[in-house]
Design a protein around this ligand. Sequence first.
Ligand SMILES: [Zn+2]
Ligand SMILES: [Zn+2]
Length: 261
Amino acid sequence: MSKIIRDGHMHSHYCPHGTKDEFYKYIDKALENGLEEITFTEHLALPEGFINKKIIEESAPSIEEIEKYFEELKEIKNLYKDKIKINIGVEVDYIEGLEEKTIEILNRFGNIIEDSILSVHFLKLEDRYHCLDYSIEDFKELIELLGGIDKIYDKYFETLLKSIKVDLGKFKPKRIGHPTLVRIFNLQYPFEYKNKKLLDEVVKAIKDRGYEIDYNTAGLRKHYCGEVYPSGYFFELAEKYKVKMVYGSDSHTASDVGRDF
Ligand SMILES: [Zn+2]
Ligand SMILES: [Zn+2]
């Protein structure tokens, strides 16, 4: 495989669940690893009130903070322009049922965004939202609520498919984030998903739209995961359909930039 020179998924000190490492630390690490292009994809601010306040505040910066993020990143991009290509980006949450609010937030910043990722972290069950990767305790609760591990996989991939097909306006991201995130706790809850038809539909939908996949190495560092997203059959399909995959470290700390590439 040719040398990987781009990290397409990095967070920053604006992330409430990240570290305080400043932009220059991430960039220094990228240069040290021989990367030539990076995208900071901070979590875009979330709509208010759809899930408890604590989760909202921990998941993403507020609107005010994300404004500062863009401002600071614009300066940093310019400062390093002769050394490395820096893209200004975001990781956008697909939240089923909140498409209008998401479009509103995206449209507000669309003109600044150069590269972005669309991710599913939240699942909607009846009228309530649940965060998929918040904690292993919550994951266990989800299994019980849905009545089986296979049902979480179903729900996740159904939601992922919706995210790919949904209209999120002209600034909708074109790269699908960590598309097997549902396996984040697979070492604790081992499971081999059998609905290959649904996976096929998901990957085809990505291909048909000319979207890309975030080939995300963060799972390797997660205690209960130990694998890249996507892995297994999903990954085979991505190769089969020749979907473009962009490496992403999903780093929330400078030392993880370009890790496991
Ligand atoms: Zn994050
Ligand atoms: Zn994510």
